[in-house]
Design a protein around this ligand. Structure first.
Ligand SMILES: C[S@@+](CC[C@H](N)C(=O)[O-])C[C@H]1O[C@@H](n2cnc3c(N)ncnc32)[C@H](O)[C@@H]1O
Length: 362
C-alpha cells in the first residue's frame, strides 16, 4: 500500500485495489479484527452494546452454580478446567470464581479458569489465567470441565449470501470511488453450499442469508477439547428454519454503534460492531457429530430461572445496600431475563463423556 492507512476503510480499499472485490467474510474479518484498525482492537466492549456479564453479576453467579453442578456431576475432578472463549475483559470469569469461592469452596479450589480471547493480553498472574488465543484452536489438551462462551459465535466473520434464480450467490465488497459497496458475486463456495444443503431450508428469490462457515469449525474444535464435561453456548440466534425463513428475508446481520442498530454494514468499518445471528441447529448437529449429547436448549431467561435467579434476587439485602444500589442490582438481574433483550438469547448445553442431564436443567 502506497500511503499509510488511517483506518480500516483504507486497509479495505487497498486490499480491493490489489485483488479485486473481496468476500463479505473477508470484509468482516478486517473491519472487526485488523490488528491495528479493527473494531475489537480499538473499541472497548460496552461502548456500543451491553452484554449480560456487564448487565449484572447475577449472570456470572448463576453460571457459577452451573459450573459447580457440572463439577459434582463429573465426580469432583481436580483439576477441573473452565475454559471461557471470547472472554473479553474477564468480567464473567471473575464473577463465576467469586461465586464459587463464596458458595462452593471445594469446586473453587479445584477450578483452573482459562479466559481466552482473540484480543486479550496474556496474563497468568490472577485467579483467571488470561490467554490471547483463537477459539478455533483451543490452547489445551482434552480436559475435564466446562467450555463456555457468551457472544462468541455472533462475533465470528460471516458471509452474506443472496438467493437468485441462478442459485446461491456470494455478496462481494467492492469500491465505487472511495465508497465501499456490495455486489452480487459468483456462486457460493462448496463449503457454503454443503452448509445449506445440510439444512432443510428453501430461501425465496432475493432473500439474504447470513452464514458463518467458521462457526461450526469453532464449535467442533471446542467440543473436541473436552474429554469429559459440558459445553455451554450463549448467544443470540435461532434454529435454522427460523433464521433462514421469511421472517428474516433481509438477513440477520446488523451493525451496532452507540447502542443503536445500523442497517448499512459497510459504513465506518472499524467503528461499528458487526454481528449476525447464530445458527443453533448447526451447532447442535456439529456437537452431536463430535460425540456430544444435548442436555438443554432454550432461552436465556428460562436457563437463568432454572438456575434460580429468583433466589439470587431474594438474597439482595436492602439493609446492606443503599436504596439506589439495591434497585440497580434488582433491575440489572431482571434485565437478564427481559424477553425483548438478552432474555431471548439462546443457550445450548451439551455434554461429552459426561451425564446427559443435570438436575436443575430438565
Ligand atoms: C461481543 S464480544 C463478547 C465479550 C464477552 N464474552 C462479553 O459477554 O462481554 C465478542 C468477543 O469475541 C472475541 N472473539 C471473536 N472471535 C474470537 C475467536 N475466534 N476466538 C476467541 N475470541 C474471539 C472478540 O475479541 C470479543 O472480545
Amino acid at each position: 500500500m502506497g500511503e499509510l492507512a488511517k483506518g480500516a476503510a483504507d486497509i479495505l480499499r487497498a486490499r480491493i485495489a490489489e485483488r479485486g472485490p473481496i468476500s463479505f467474510s473477508e470484509f468482516v474479518e478486517i473491519a472487526l479484527y485488523d490488528p491495528e484498525w479493527g473494531y475489537y482492537s480499538r473499541v472497548a466492549v460496552g461502548r456500543d452494546f451491553v452484554t449480560s456479564p456487564r448487565t449484572s453479576p447475577a449472570f456470572g453467579h448463576l453460571l457459577g452454580r452451573f459450573v459447580a453442578d457440572a463439577w459434582h456431576a463429573l465426580d469432583r475432578p481436580n483439576p477441573f478446567f473452565v475454559a471461557e472463549f471470547a472472554a473479553g475483559d474477564g468480567t464473567l470469569g471473575a464473577d463465576i470464581l467469586a461465586w464459587l469461592s463464596a458458595r462452593e469452596p471445594g469446586c473453587a479450589a479445584a477450578t483452573r479458569y482459562l479466559a481466552v480471547d482473540r484480543q486479550a493480553v496474556s496474563d497468568a498472574s490472577g485467579p483467571l489465567f488470561r490467554v490471547r488465543g483463537d477459539a478455533a484452536h483451543p490452547p489445551t489438551n482434552p480436559f475435564d470441565g466446562v467450555v463456555l462462551s457468551n457472544e462468541l459465535f455472533d462475533a465470528l466473520p460471516f458471509d452474506r449470501i443472496v438467493s437468485t434464480e441462478l442459485g446461491l450467490r456470494q455478496t462481494m465488497v467492492d469500491c465505487l470511488g472511495r465508497d465501499l459497496v456490495s455486489r452480487v458475486g459468483p456462486a457460493v463456495t462448496d463449503a457454503i453450499l454443503r452448509h445449506f444443503n445440510a439444512l432443510a431450508i428453501r430461501p425465496s428469490i432475493g432473500q439474504l442469508l447470513d452464514v458463518s462457515v467458521v462457526a461450526p469449525q469453532v464449535y467442533r474444535a471446542l467440543a473436541r477439547s473436552l474429554r469429559r464435561g459440558f459445553i455451554v453456548t450463549i448467544d443470540y440466534g435461532a434454529e435454522a428454519t427460523d433464521l433462514y425463513g421469511s421472517r428474516h428475508f433481509a438477513g440477520t446481520a446488523r451493525g451496532y454503534s452507540r447502542h443503536a442498530a445500523v442497517d448499512d454494514l459497510l459504513v465506518r468499518p472499524g467503528e461499528q460492531d458487526l454481528t449476525s445471528h447464530v445458527d443453533f441447529t448447526t451447532l447442535r448437529r456439529v456437537g452431536e457429530e463430535a460425540g456430544a449429547q444435548t442436555v438443554w436448549s432454550g432461552a436465556q431467561a428460562d436457563f437463568l430461572r432454572a438456575l434460580d435467579l429468583a433466589k439470587w434476587i431474594e438474597r439482595l439485602d436492602p439493609r446492606h445496600l443503599s436504596h439506589v444500589d439495591y434497585h440497580n442490582a434488582r433491575f440489572g438481574a431482571l434485565e437478564l431475563v427481559n424477553p425483548s433483550g438478552t432474555g431471548r438469547f439462546r443457550v445450548l448445553v451439551q455434554s461429552r463423556g459426561a451425564p446427559g442431564r443435570l438436575d436443575r436443567l430438565v
